[in-house]
Design a protein around this ligand. Structure first.
Ligand code: 13P
Length: 217
């Protein structure tokens, strides 16, 4: 069984998210859906049994005067068991630093949410130093592969996954390493067939009903 995580980014509002969520059936793979914050409550109601819910972002603080932020505790209230942390779009367009990503990880772990930590190279794993973690999903997402239709070769993906596991695995009880970046129906099978790959994190191709259905088949 592999993991398929749908990151709907800022593509879908509430109505479209619900429409998609209603059509997701948990098949042979485990499915986690990460809608935008505004759609989480309605998507939760619409999701079928066995499909898990995640968020795309979280605050590093538990509560306080932080206009516009959403805390890990609030995500727990909404039924989110997972949250994406350190996505390259946030690092790039919202100036999220390694320090902030590490603080977010700590906030998430304190609430027993499973982080989906996005890294585009091995150096970004240094934020894991000295953190005690039971469950972690690391998503290897090369920046140049996101939304471009380009992917690394299967050998490169396998090699990076091995390296991530070797570097991050020591202090983590249960580590899953997944690939993200232009995953589509046409390359999904080959990527999931790699023994080093525990699953995929899919953006664009998970946001339309026709391609999502093919992905989940
Ligand atoms: P795309 O699948 O659109 O390339 O996005 C990947 C991604 O950023 C998932 O988090």
């Amino acid at each position: 069984m592999k993991l398929i995580i749908a990151n709907w980014k800022m593509y879908l509002g509430v109505k479209d998210s619900v429409r998609l969520a209603k059509n997701i059936v948990a098949g042979k793979n485990q499915v986690i859906v990460c809608p935008s914050f505004v759609a989480i409550p309605e998507v939760k109601k619409a999701l079928g049994k066995g499909v898990k819910l995640g968020a795309q972002n979280v605050s590093w603080q538990e509560s306080g005067a932080l206009t516009g932020e959403v805390s890990a505790g609030m995500l727990v209230e909404l039924g989110c068991r997972y949250v994406i942390v350190g996505h390259s779009e946030r690092r790039r367009f919202l100036a999220e630093s390694d320090f902030v990503v590490r603080e977010k990880l700590k906030a998430v772990l304190a609430k027993k949410i499973i982080p989906i930590l996005c890294v585009s190279d091995l150096s970004e794993l240094k934020i894991l130093n000295q953190l005690v973690i039971n469950d972690l999903i690391v998503a290897y997402e090369p920046v140049w592969a996101i939304g471009t239709g380009k992917t690394p070769t299967m050998e490169e993906i396998a090699d990076m996954h091995k390296k991530i596991r070797a570097r991050a695995g020591k202090s983590i009880k249960k580590l899953l390493v997944i690939y993200g970046g232009s995953v589509e129906e046409k390359n999904l099978k080959n990527i999931l067939a790699l023994p080093e790959v525990d699953g995929v994190l899919i953006g664009g191709a998970s946001t339309t009903l026709s391609s999502l259905k093919k992905i989940l088949q």
